[in-house]
Design a protein around this ligand. Sequence first.
Ligand code: TYM
Length: 329
Amino acid sequence: MTTSKKPTIFSGVQPTGNLHLGNYLGAISQWAVMQEKYQSIFCIVDYHAITVRQDAETFRQQILNTAKVYLAAGIDPKEAIIFQQSDIKEHTELAWILNCASARMSDLENMTQFKDKSTAKGENVSVGLFDYPVLMAADILLYGTDAVPVGDDQKQHVELARDLAKRFNHDFGETFKIPEVVIRKEGARIMGLDNPKQKMSKSASPANYIALTDSAEINHKKIMRAVTDSGSSVTFDKDNKPAIANLLTIYSLLSGNTIKNLEHKYRAGGYGDFKKDLAEVVTDFLADFQQKFNAISDQEVRELLKHNAELVRPKAQATIEKVKKQLGL
Ligand code: TYM
């Protein structure tokens, strides 16, 4: 890592399942916008992904594909550092230290994502799934991060990272920078196409999400079948028309057209024309994205990840050294 004077941003995505428009609009697309102004570090958080069982062969490819998604989304490997979490053992080392020194069972019991995921999984919940937010705090705190751009669902986890950093600093002396969460105004919570009351999620049914790898045909079908609200006016009203508000948000973010303009454009039309045009906007986006994605080879990505691990390692090591010293280790 260069000794840049720019503030640091850090964020990551789990290399599992189908990355979708929610991941892109809520997180990755804003990283691409921020990368010039910040020293940017974007991680492929494979250790988070093994909190649930992965098939090794698929997982290996998913890790490479996630790096390709970052690049196809416009992350510039000359501006930003893309790396693989498990290449830097200091992430798990710091997570263990924070587990002992700062995190409390009650902190983790309060995490809404854990409550949701563990209820869905019943008895088969790994200890790692419970401890997951502490590893995320370690990711962030290792690099002296100033800001963490994420979707709305990760806000509570970043707040925990802040709390753990403050607690550690208070108990053992000034060590960690306190990171800010960055959440975009629109698009921080893209909702499911089949249920606008739940966020778009890769673990839901395919009718719920537009995967970044969906073909034009599948995407078109999904959008035309997306649930709508009663009435027929295309107006942005999150409370009374959550489905249309969600589709308008996607349309606006991908086309660069304001929501106001879109409401005006479709004021006479009803839902049919609106959805048809939206399907086209999404198809164009996906075609361009997939062209870039497909142009990147596995080997290129392997080399980039290997090279970048060496760039971030010194900072991670320096932080761990400092932390160990504070603890008398
Ligand atoms: P993950 O892999 O679940 O999601 C990656 C990013 O996508 C955002 N996101 C969404 N944004 C808008 N609408 C949606 N429907 C939607 N679904 C997902 C997420 O908010 C996230 O920003 N724990 C993290 C990964 C992580 C991390 C970190 C992030 C590990 N360590 C350190 C930041 C900093 C996660 O599971 O994200």
